[in-house]
Design a protein around this ligand. Sequence first.
Ligand code: PEP
Length: 254
Amino acid sequence: MKKIMIMGNWKMNLIADEVDELLSGLKSYPVKAGILAGAAPSYTWLLKGQEQFAETNWQLAAQNVYVKEKGAYTGEVSAPMLKSLGCNYTLVGHSERRQIFQETEEAIREKIAILLAHEIKPILCLGETEEERNSGRAEEVVARQLREGLAALPKGTKLFPIAYEPVWAIGTGKHCDPQTAADMMVFIRQELAQAQQQFDLSELLLLYGGSVNGKNFQGYLETDQIDGALVGGASLKAEDFIAIIKVAEDFLHE
Ligand code: PEP
């Protein structure tokens, strides 16, 4: 049975005491069967995450990774380091990294490759800008990001979560209307089904990201095209994040 994933992207937020409070709030909520709930703290807090989430069903994710195994790359963090901290997922290609840090498609491909080599599941993020949507190019942009991001993967690769995050909906409070997001998921599934590499889609999860909260999440699940959410702002308070998880639990048990 497919699961519903709710992953929190904390971005560059929270200092030590706030992290302790948030992690203990999350940890005190038992994640139920059918739900994959997790958090992607800054690198600085991954060890705390590992300690707090030990012996729980909470998943730990990183927000980034460097493309080399080890060596003279001051300031960077490797996939083996993430693995040793108990990370089972890592975000790749978030629009903030593409836009602010000029992350290229080549870097995204390399990050996916090194993560898979260390048995960490990438969560590949894609999505169009407002200008691209308004000029009718949303599908073209998403198809290109998908094709380029996955281009180096061998035939039959088992795909990992992919998050459709329209850039104009991230952190703006202007969430994408569920039907529009669902249409893009249908499009992404079609593109993947037609890919030359004949991917294994058995564990594919398509997440929506962009101003998700406990009030609007149900609408996405009801489309039956969306397998979960990548959540920014509403992941920074345990009660807000747990409210989203509860929506998923209710949906599963309806
Ligand atoms: C994100 O950054 O991935 C995100 C979806 O943020 P927010 O929920 O704040 O829009």
